[in-house]
Each structure stands twice: as structure tokens, then as C-alpha cells.
Design a protein around this ligand. Structure first.
Ligand code: PLP
Length: 466
């Protein structure tokens, strides 16, 4: 059947579906700025500044962002946090440099390594037996890695993570600063942290460069993001250069106006109160469990299914019985996101639905309390670019052990790769991929092909090698 996007968006608008996912404005008409339809869609006409050399109204948005998050400088993006992450990494390294990255970094970080010809050194975040996702990065992990490998030029970590886990970035920043290494924090999921004059959420991350996807939790349209600079370790001239490379030469004024609106209206104290009220209600859960730990972003509702239902079935029930669309489902948990577009009523609608489902559960369908989470083994055999560009051949799991991957393989969300090009495909990794597919995770490949359960290996026998 041929589907029409405009019709589908219309159907969604009139369907009363509750979005418990990003963007943070939650499609709430009161979250939107006045007058940004086509009548405001312009290009760089006189008086409207230029994103790539901003001196007027666009520079004003940057200054507003710097002030809102108490940074020394800010750059904006209408190509998401993705363009900012890549510009931050490319401006901080040269081809062949080593870069320390947390293993749970987003695909945009791995892409930057490919583009920049960088050598990754991997830092593993902590885990706990009872949780199916990784936790904080221990500052000591960073200290040890920098001591062991003094050639490392930059460090990239994610805080908060997709599940809302926040690391001690102040301690990590002290360690990287003492070592003279730049710290880039992917704070894509923490636009609501550290907003000026708002007192309830904790501070924004500490780092030389901190990147926020404003659209994820605030009243900003999808694709809008901000890079904050603190101190003088980041090279602002090179950052502008890489932003010019990574951002459109026709940046959307609708998106930039929406971003400005989000900065003007960032009421994160209200977001905190709504999220807190939701969490209080979810305290009544008897079977499912609301995840919480020290250093946790309360705006995320991460609900562990505790063996009573799979995360995918829970998401299906919410969609089919309650017209609620969540952010992400995994075998043993779901993530629902709150944002500044939520209201007390929208949060109550979600918590009522979860409580109703919870009361209908009675028997465990699998043993709860043990995580199947295993650190993904990563042994690089070939530079990423070579692995992507060399001839490749697809192989079954049985034939794959010991081969070198020619592609990225990841579950999206969260977009954290299981395989990166050039990585050795080990027996252990094949086991992890088999477990994930058996549990219902849908996997994606890059460079894109429809994943058919085979792996793509570099064809070492091919005659024309890069
Ligand atoms: C941790 C993390 N970093 C970066 C990004 C990229 O952000 P954007 O979609 O704004 O480009 C995402 C996207 O979901 C993410 O989850």
C-alpha cells in the first residue's frame, strides 16, 4: 500500500495518541512559538544573519544559549547534536590520533571516528547484575586509560545516557584537565539540566565541550541542538569550520526560531514537578518497577518489566489499549520520556495506563533480576574506512567467527553499535547478537542494507583491496 506522509501525520494529529517520546514539546500546540509556518521560512536575506558567520539575530541565539547554561560560548545546530558531536571531535583531533570513548557512545561519535580517521580506545561504563543497561563511567576508568595511553588526545563520554544515568563529569573533567586532554560530553539527553534560574534539576555536565539536543526534552523542533564551550581548551575557530562542513548552507529559519523559542521558554522546574508527580504515582507499581539510582535523571521513566511481560509486549499494550507511544522498548524494559510539553494530565494519563497494566500482571514469564547485559568485545583489525570501502561478502553466523566486519550493526534506538567496521566478529559477539534477535530486538546495519540475519565481512580474498 502506498502511504502518504502528510496523511499519516494528519491521522496522528487527530488520533489523540499520547507521545511519551521525544521531541520534548510533545506536539502540544501551547509549546510551539507563534508564527513559524511557511510564511516565516526564509533564506539568508538582508538583516537575518548567517548561521555560518553569525553576527546578528543568529548570534543572539548563541549568546542566549551560552547565558542560559552559563557557558563561555555556544554554537547552535539545525542538523541535530549529530553535527555538533562530529564537529567537536573533528576540531579536537587530527587523522591517526587516539581518542578515548565510552563504549556506549552514540553512533554519531563512531561516525566521527570514521570520518576523522581516529583510533578508538574504549572505556567501559559500570554494570550491575540486576540492570539490563550500562551505568556510570567511573572517573578512575578514565584516569587509568589516560595514564596507560598518554597519546590519547580527547575523551568522549555520554551523560546522561539514553536511560538517564549521569556520570560524575566534574571528577572526570578534573582528570582530563590535569592530563591536558579535551573532554567532550554528549549531553544530548540533558537539555533540561542546569538551566539558569531553574533550581530543581541538577547542573549541566562539566566538560570542555558539552552538547545538548535541545529537541529531546525542551520546546524545540526536532534537529535543533546546542554546543556549549567552557574554558579555552576547545578551538572555537576550528569548531566553526567543522560546523560549516557538517551543517547545511541553507539552515532552516523555522528550526532556528523554534530553538530560540525553546531557550526563551525553558521551564524545567515545571518539567521536574510533572516528572516527580509521575514517579510518585509509579511508586504504587506491584509487578513492574520504576528504575532509579544515584545520579539519575528523574525526567526519564525507565520501567523494568521484572519478568512479567516483555518490554516489546508492554509497548504494544500501551499503543493498542491506551493510545500511548513510548520512546523505546527493549526485551526487559521500556523508556518513556517526559518533556516541557507535558502537562500534569498527560503524565497522569501515562501513569494510569502503566498502573492498569501492572494490576493485570500476575505471573512471571521469565526469571527477573539478572541482566543478560554483556560488555561487547571490540578488537579492531582494520581501520573503519578501509573496512567500509573494501569488497565485502555476507556470511551466516556459523561462518562469521574470526571475520572482520564490513559494517556497523546496532539496535536503534539507542544507536550504540554492536559491531563497527574493522572489528573482529568473535564467537562471543555472535552469541550476543543471537540473544538480542531471539529477544526481539530489531537490528540495523550501516552502510544501509536490509538486515537479513547475515553479517557482512570484509572479503579478504577479493582481488581489488583498498
Ligand atoms: C546519546 C545520544 N547522543 C547523540 C544523539 C544525536 O542527537 P540528534 O538526534 O540531535 O542528532 C542521540 C540521538 O538520539 C543520542 O541518543
Amino acid at each position: 500500500m502506498k502511504e502518504d506522509l502528510i496523511q499519516k501525520l494528519h491521522d496522528l494529529r487527530v488520533s489523540n495518541t499520547l507521545p511519551m517520546h521525544m521531541p520534548g514539546h510533545k506536539r502540544n500546540p501551547t509549546s510551539a512559538p507563534y508564527g513559524i509556518p511557511y510564511s516565516s521560512d526564509i533564506t539568508e536575506i538582508d538583516g537575518f544573519d548567517n548561521l555560518h558567520s553569525p553576527e546578528g539575530v543568529i548570534r543572539g541565539i548563541e549568546l542566549k544559549a551560552a547565558s542560559l547554561w552559563a557557558a563561555d560560548e555556544a554554537f547552535i545546530s539545525v542538523n541535530g547534536a549529530t553535527a555538533l558531536i562530529q564537529s567537536a571531535i573533528l576540531s579536537s583531533t587530527v587523522r591517526g590520533d587516539k581518542i578515548l570513548i565510552a563504549s556506549n557512545c552514540h553512533i554519531s561519535v563512531w561516525h566521527a571516528l570514521e570520518i576523522g580517521g581516529l583510533k578508538p580506545v574504549i572505556a567501559e561504563p559500570g554494570t550491575k547484575e540486576e540492570y539490563p543497561f550500562v551505568l556510570q563511567i567511573d572517573p578512575e576508568t578514565i584516569r587509568t586509560a589516560l595514564r596507560t595511553d598518554p597519546d590519547i588526545r580527547a575523551v568522549v563520554i555520554t551523560s546522561p545516557t539514553y536511560e538517564g544515568i549521569m556520570s560524575d563529569t566534574a571528577a572526570i573533567h578534573k582528570i582530563t584537565s590535569d592530563a591536558g586532554v579535551i573532554l567532550i560530553v554528549d549531553e544530548a539527553h540533558g537539555a533540561h539540566l542546569g538551566v539558569k534560574d531553574q533550581t530543581l534539576f541538577p547542573a549541566s555536565a562539566s566538560g570542555d565541550i558539552v552538547i545538548k539536543s535541545v529537541h529531546k526534552t525542551l520546546n524545540a523542533p526536532t534537529q535543533t541542538a546546542v554546543m556549549l564551550i567552557r574554558g579555552d581548551r576547545a578551538d572555537k575557530r576550528l569548531i566553526r569550520h567543522y560546523l560549516s562542513i557538517n551543517e547545511s548552507t541553507s539552515p532552516s529559519y523555522l528550526l532556528m526560531a523554534g530553538l530560540e523559542h525553546a531557550l526563551n521558554t525553558a521551564d524545567t522546574d515545571l518539567l521536574y514537578k510533572n516528572a516527580r508527580a509521575g514517579r510518585d504515582s509509579l511508586g504504587k507499581l506491584e509487578h513492574l518497577k520504576l528504575f532509579a539510582c544515584d545520579g539519575y535523571d528523574i525526567s526519564k521513566f525507565v520501567i523494568l518489566t521484572e519478568g512479567y511481560i516483555s518490554g516489546f509486549d508492554l509497548a504494544d499494550l500501551l499503543r493498542k489499549e491506551f493510545l500511548i507511544e513510548i520512546e523505546a522498548a527493549f526485551p526487559t524494559y521500556i523508556i518513556a520520556m517526559t518533556g516541557t510539553g507535558d502537562t500534569a494530565a498527560s503524565i497522569k494519563r501515562f501513569t494510569d495506563a502503566i498502573l492498569a497494566i501492572d494490576s493485570s500482571l500476575s505471573e512471571r514469564i521469565y526469571a527477573a533480576g539478572t541482566s543478560e547485559l554483556k560488555p561487547v568485545p571490540r578488537r579492531s583489525k582494520l581501520p573503519v574506512e578501509k573496512a567500509v570501502k573494501n569488497p565485502s561478502v555476507s556470511v551466516t553466523f556459523d561462518e562469521a567467527a574470526g571475520a572482520v566486519s564490513a559494517e556497523y550493526l546496532f539496535a536503534y534506538p539507542p544507536g550504540i553499535p554492536l559491531l563497527i567496521p574493522g572489528q573482529e566478529i568473535t564467537e562471543e559477539l555472535i552469541g550476543i547478537i543471537e540473544d538480542m534477535t531471539a529477544a526481539g530486538s530489531s537490528l540495523k546495519t550501516e552502510p544501509y542494507r536490509t538486515w537479513d540475519g547475515t553479517l557482512l565481512k570484509v572479503d579478504t580474498d577479493a582481488r581489488h583491496k583498498v
